[in-house]
Design a protein around this ligand. Structure first.
Ligand SMILES: Cc1cc2nc3c(=O)[nH]c(=O)nc-3n(C[C@H](O)[C@H](O)[C@H](O)COP(=O)(O)O)c2cc1C
Length: 218
């Protein structure tokens, strides 16, 4: 399947079959693809928390709106993307930003330049820098769901969260630092192919054609 075929095939699943938890090798493949998505400045403003066991899914389910909580409980795994705000990354002499880009040797010329460039950019652009974690989570969730499709797994990207509840749940389990926020969730599992809504979504890719969503400067 080439990329466009994969993108055409990916669709939102509304109802999953109640199935087992996701095997480790599948989770590893999904997380690798997710990690390959780009982030602004390479600053890795989003990370993901995985709920795979029945118990873990039950813990996070109340953090989703009712119609999504059912998906969580019947998924093979649920992924919660949390984002790191500008303040979180830059405060404390950019402590958390340094952790995020520790794959650079921060004592090398390149590492020093990367760090100071990133901090400088964050501090100079007071507007869009507030949203980079949301963009990072969007990019990462796209890669995750496309990889799931490639592995013949169904998926759902969800912003239908009870955000305050979700953040409290994550904080209670020491999974969310002060300054991090919940952004979106993704369920991955096995589609209930007998469900009519699923069939309908699968068979109708409703999209604006390019001549309506794109404009070209001539
Ligand atoms: C950012 C985002 C948030 C979404 N939130 C939800 C959600 O909370 N619950 C849900 O069932 N579907 C959700 N969806 C699925 C969309 O409704 C769906 O992607 C859209 O209708 C296009 O259908 P398709 O994904 O099958 O191509 C969301 C999708 C995106 C991209």
């Amino acid at each position: 399947m080439n990329f466009t075929e994969l993108a055409r095939k990916r669709h939102t699943t509304k109802v999953y079959k109640n199935t087992q938890e996701m095997p480790q090798d599948i989770l590893d493949q999904l997380l690798e693809a997710t990690s390959l998505a780009p982030t602004a400045l390479g600053a890795e403003q989003a990370r993901v928390i995985v709920a795979r066991t029945k118990e873990a899914k039950e813990i996070v389910a109340p953090g989703f709106m009712g119609f999504n909580a059912t998906k969580v409980l019947t998924s093979n795994a649920t992924f919660i993307f949390v984002g790191q705000t500008k303040k979180y990354l830059i405060d404390d002499e950019a402590k958390h930003l340094k952790e995020n880009i520790s794959f650079f040797d921060l004592n090398s010329e390149m590492g020093k330049n990367t760090l100071s460039g990133t901090v400088g950019w964050y501090n100079n652009d007071a507007s869009r820098s507030e949203f980079l974690d949301i963009i990072a989570a969007g990019n990462k969730s796209s890669y995750l769901t496309l990889k799931a499709t490639e592995l013949n797994l169904a998926s759902t990207i969800m912003t239908g969260l009870n955000y305050d509840t979700m953040e409290n749940i994550l904080r209670d389990h020491n999974l969310l630092a002060e300054g991090e926020r919940a952004i979106l969730g993704v369920t991955v599992g096995t589609e209930d192919e007998t469900n009519e809504i699923n069939q309908n979504i699968k068979n109708h890719k409703l999209r604006k054609p390019a001549d309506q969503f794109a404009a070209e400067i001539k």
